[in-house]
Design a protein around this ligand. Structure first.
Ligand SMILES: [Zn+2]
Length: 62
């Protein structure tokens, strides 16, 4: 199974393109959620990025 297409492509802080070679993106699971731990070499931002497969939103209130 190839999970690489889910990898974050841009740094959420500085917006630089993340590359597999230079930037850390470690995939792990927490329960049923896939989480990527990303470290941006450019701005040193580090954090976890999760993919939301289905948004559970609130009904718009009238
Ligand atoms: Zn960055």
């Amino acid at each position: 199974m190839n999970h690489l297409h889910d990898l974050p492509r841009y740094c959420p802080d500085c917006g630089v393109t993340l590359t597999e070679e230079d930037d850390l993106a470690v995939e792990y699971w927490q329960g049923e959620q896939r989480i990527y731990h990303v470290w941006c070499r450019t701005c040193s931002w580090a954090g976890d990025i999760t993919r939301v497969r289905r948004m559970v939103g609130h009904e718009p209130a009238d």
